[in-house]
Design a protein around this ligand. Structure first.
Ligand code: BES
Ligand code: MN
Ligand code: MN
Length: 462
């Protein structure tokens, strides 16, 4: 381990320069205009894996963007760690709000990252975090300290629902045989408060369309006489929460696992300051479901949020018009044991039922995903905890996150594999937002911590 850690400290600059190279490629999976850049990103990841010492490296084509697969098998009788990550990123817009261009990485200091952070789309989610594994692997390889087998499965479609990765897993069950899946695509509580993610919320995502009259109308001639789709849509959306901010869709909470008071008390031990939370977001109050704290609202409780709403005239000046159509994108974050298909159906049935006469409503489901909870008494969790203890000098806190990585539940279903989520990002890293960044402290700490996980996990599996 000493040699591996030494290699890491000697190669800090190289590791950073290589990440910069990767961050320069705009691997935006959602936008077909970037298809070729996404492929370039895959090729770059493959080249880095090869250079780091992987024997087999393959760019696996799919119906969408490619999956990069790599492996180093040192001894079939030893345990195997399957590393999952994604090299695709979210679109960068709104571009104007970036203080430096999203695909021209720069290091800047921030109050939370006084040692500097690298600013670029994908810096934290997930290129920076995924690349820690490539560099940790390199460090173990170059110092002859890789203790077990490792496989890499780095996809290019996480931000658009991972639909082809599911197919890839089904078709490659043998090749993907492993003892554990290791993922760094989540966060931790703070740089002096390490934590391990033990849960993710599921997701149900729909697009709704409300149609009124067959054409846009003069709001003077027709206003007050026909249903205005925008008025109707906003009213329907408003009715989806009651005065306690409970979701009003019948049956929505039927399968929700309620935590015991003991479990909630355990959760409340994690450090959290409402004052700091409000300050960081410039809000004078938090807002959410009655009866739950902010950390609970953001992790163990399901939610419903409008992600986008449009219709009518939004250009310069005023136009007096009643639009023919109004639209919204709505996401629901799910918790165990809610099923995305069931929730989508409940939503559609309810939303159609509350539409007044005079409009037609269509609900179109998008991709979804199941929630995840991982055990804290497993060999993998305990090994991860020991790894953090080695590098942070502190025992990490188990924390359920509010985000979603739909493919993780699928790994368990298709491959029968559990996942351990060693995320090193911070909530303040602005993932999916303008000025996404990743702390250099976090990047290097991740690279240092990962070899300890490999070490402790291999030891414990013997
Ligand atoms: N890495 C994130 C998920 C995440 C971030 C989980 C931080 C926990 C903490 C992932 O790339 C992501 O953005 N997931 C999407 C869902 C996906 C289907 C687009 C999400 O959570 O909105
Ligand atoms: Mn991610
Ligand atoms: Mn993401």
């Amino acid at each position: 381990m000493k040699e591996t850690q030494h290699y890491i400290s000697e190669n800090r600059e190289k590791f950073l320069n290589e990440l910069v190279e990767l961050l320069k490629i705009p691997t935006i999976s959602a936008d077909s205009a970037y298809k070729n850049d996404v492929l370039k990103g895959a090729e770059k990841v493959a080249a880095f894996l090869k250079e780091a010492g992987a024997d087999v490296v393959e760019i696996c084509e799919t119906a969408g963007h490619p999956i990069v697969y790599g492996e180093k098998i040192i001894d079939a009788t030893l345990p195997t760690v399957l590393v999952y990550g994604h090299y695709d990123v979210q679109p960068a817009d709104p571009i104007d709000l970036w203080t430096s261009p999203p695909f021209e990485p720069v290091i800047k200091e921030t109050p939370i990252h006084p040692e500097g952070a690298i600013f670029a789309r994908g810096a934290c989610d997930d290129k920076g975090q995924m690349f820690m594994h490539v560099k940790a692997f390199e460090a173990m390889m170059k110092t002859n300290q890789l203790p077990c087998n490792v496989k890499f499965m780095i996809e290019g479609e996480e931000e658009v629902g991972s639909s082809n990765l599911g197919i890839f897993c089904k078709a490659n069950k043998d090749r993907l045989k492993a003892d554990i899946i290791l993922v760094s695509d989540t966060g931790m509580l703070g740089n002096d408060t390490p934590s391990i993610t033990t849960g993710l919320r599921g997701l149900s995502y729909v697009e709704v369309e409300v149609t009124g009259p067959n054409r846009d109308l003069h709001s003077g001639l027709y206003g007050g006489c026909v249903a205005n789709p925008i008025n109707v849509l906003t009213k329907m959306i408003a009715s989806l929460h009651d005065e306690n901010n409970h979701i009003t869709i019948p049956g929505f909470y039927a399968d929700v696992v309620e935590l015991s008071l003991e479990e909630r008390a355990e959760m409340a031990k994690a450090p959290y300051s409402e004052e700091k939370y409000k300050q960081a977001l410039d809000i004078d109050a938090v807002y959410g479901e009655a009866g739950y704290t902010t950390p609970e609202r953001g992790s163990i409780r399901p939610t419903l949020d409008v992600n986008g709403i449009w219709g009518g005239y939004t250009g310069e000046g005023a136009k007096t018009v009643i639009a023919s159509k109004a639209f919204a994108k709505i996401s629901m974050r799910l918790v165990p044991n809610q099923e995305p298909e069931t929730i989508t159906e409940l939503f559609a049935k309810h939303f159609e039922s509350i539409a007044p006469a005079g409009v037609r409503v269509v609900v179109n489901p998008h991709h979804g995903g199941e929630p995840v909870v991982t055990p804290i008494d497993s060999i993998a969790y305990k090994s991860a905890a020991k790894a953090y203890e080695a590098t942070f000098g502190k025992t990490p806190i188990p924390v359920r996150s509010g985000g979603s990585i739909p493919i993780i539940a699928l790994f368990e279903k298709e491959l029968g594999l559990k996942t351990v989520m060693m995320g090193f990002g911070l909530d303040s890293d602005a993932i999916h937002s303008p000025n996404e960044h990743y702390g250099l402290f976090n990047y290097y700490k991740g690279i240092e911590t990962i070899p300890y996980f490999f070490h402790y996990f291999t030891e414990a599996m013997k």
